[in-house]
Write a protein that binds this ligand. Structure first.
Ligand code: SAH
Ligand code: SF4
Ligand code: F3S
Length: 466
């Protein structure tokens, strides 16, 4: 296999690239952008590591389990490499993302067969890293060290990335990265670096390109997406609310979403946008983590339970059908039964339609890891079970209440059988509709008819649309 970087006058030989993505939607976006960066080098993506020339694991460091998974997956990849070598070839293995950023040296030590380690801010340099790794291999023929690039470059990677290729009716667009909030449990400020917003013009250009390529829905991404403060040409900055209003002007862009937002950054303009901008979908992921003011303070979330309640009330004043989702952590150090009860009360009080909940995971280098009052695992497990049962009940009752209702569904993919399409409701529910494949990318009115475990079945309403 040759992995030299290509000269312009020589067409690139086709090679296979397999990317496995762990973690959040930002990583999903990054994986796609890595494929965009490598496409001109002759890499076509494939959905299996068999016969791949380059395998990238785009990793997540948020909880211990997620981080450890990478090492077990690396163990599974080793035979692929050995098999390729026994046939006189090679498969290059790269570890990217947040584990790479946090544990670059450890990866090299624990998995010496890894060729490249790169962080979330350096993947625009992948062609050069692949070429360097190839040279390392050719030189030493024996034990070699990985090529590591986990810098936080002064110049943002976005300035070097090619225009993204549109990829279906629902697209992601990263507008903000990094985090300066330093919640005491969280590794993101260390793995992703300081908060950064992409300039308004870049975001609008990328959005127009995605829409021209067939996107009908765009989800704006950021670790703290509503902390967005993108520069305009005249040295002023726009908030996320302002950006959403400008995006809503793009012809053909029917749906706008954003994630993940922080309660502290829900400013008046953004709250108002939920009432004023019809393209902004009535579904918001707004992590609260805990319902106890004491725990929220220890987490450094910088808001109280009542602040959260008030934000939700104001959002619902503007948009009565707003559905909420959230993230929760149980078993944070010092969490008592009373603190956990406060979380359960908040969940019942607000009513969520879909949520993520986790046992607190001690992360190296974070302040909470050194806090007193670490909660025993069996206590956390019991609390998580109780919380998840309630969240699941809320999810099911929301879905059940949708049966009989009409709503618009964006058809995003073929369904489970011929004549069926899969799509998403305004509330991000998965919906299966009997509809012809020609309607892919269309937003169609449906009546919800059936409730399945975690999806809905629906009939197409407008025969004309078909
Ligand atoms: N920026 C977002 C969250 C990003 S991380 C916010 O501020 O809400 C995604 C979720 O992972 C968090 O909301 C939190 O619920 C969970 N999480 C982060 N660190 C964790 C840890 N150490 N243990 C358990 N869950 C964690
Ligand atoms: Fe992590 Fe807190 Fe930043 Fe969210 S706001 S990414 S939880 S430090
Ligand atoms: Fe994980 Fe990094 Fe996202 S730690 S949650 S992949 S920002």
């Amino acid at each position: 296999m040759s992995t030299d970087s290509q000269t312009p006058d020589r067409p690139a030989p086709r090679r296979k690239l397999f990317i496995k993505t762990y973690g959040c939607q930002m990583n999903v976006y990054d994986s796609k952008r890595m494929a965009d960066v490598l496409a001109p080098q002759g890499f076509d993506t494939t959905d299996t590591p068999d016969n791949a020339d380059l395998v990238i694991l785009n990793t997540c460091h948020i909880r211990e389990k997620a981080a450890e998974k990478v090492f077990s997956d690396l163990g599974r990849l080793r035979p692929f490499k050995e098999k390729a070598k026994s046939k006189g070839g090679d498969v290059m293995i790269a570890v990217a993302g947040c584990v790479a950023q946090a544990e670059g040296a450890e990866i090299s030590a624990r998995a010496p067969f890894v060729d490249i380690v790169l962080g979330p801010q350096t993947y625009h340099r992948l062609p050069e890293l692949v070429a360097r790794a190839n040279r390392v291999q050719q030189k030493s023929n024996g034990r070699k060290t990985a090529v590591i690039d986990t810098e936080f470059p002064a110049e943002p990677k976005f300035d070097y990335l090619p225009a993204p290729r549109a990829d279906g009716p629902a697209a992601f667009l990263s507008v903000q990265e990094g985090c300066d909030k330093f919640c005491t449990f969280c590794v993101v400020p260390y793995t992703r670096g300081a908060e950064f917003s992409r300039p308004v013009a870049d975001v609008l250009r990328e959005a127009r390109g995605l829409v021209a390529g067939g996107a009908r829905e765009i989800t704006l991404l950021g670790q703290n997406v509503n902390a967005y403060h993108g520069e305009t040409g005249d040295h002023s900055t726009w908030t996320l609310g302002r950006l959403i209003r400008a995006l809503a002007e793009i012809e053909g862009l029917a749906r706008i979403r954003y994630t993940t937002s922080h309660p502290r950054d829900m400013d008046d303009d953004l709250i108002a946008a939920h009432g004023d901008v019809p393209q902004l979908m009535p579904f918001l992921h707004l992590p609260v983590q805990s319902g106890s003011d004491k725990i929220l303070a220890e987490m450094n979330r910088n808001h109280t339970r009542d602040d959260y309640r008030r934000i939700v009330d104001r959002l619902r004043e503007g948009r009565a059908d707003l559905a909420l989702s959230s993230d929760f952590i149980v078993g944070f150090p010092g969490e008592t039964d009373a603190d956990f009860r406060a979380t359960m009360d908040l969940v019942r009080d607000i009513g969520f339609v879909q949520s993520y909940s986790f046992k607190y995971s001690k992360r190296p280098g974070t302040p909470a890891a050194a806090m007193k009052g670490q909660v025993p695992d069996d206590v956390s497990t019991a609390r998580l079970g109780e919380l998840q049962a309630e969240l699941d009940r809320q999810l099911r009752s929301f879905n059940a209440a949708c049966v009989g209702k009409t709503m618009d569904v964006l058809l995003t993919n073929p369904g489970r059988h011929a004549g069926q399409m899969g799509g998403r409701s305004p509330y991000l529910q998965a919906v299966h509709v009997d509809a012809p494949a020609s309607l892919l990318g269309h937003i169609v009115p449906v009546r919800i008819t059936t409730l399945e475990s975690y999806s809905l079945g629906a009939d197409l309403l407008d025969a004309k649309a078909a």
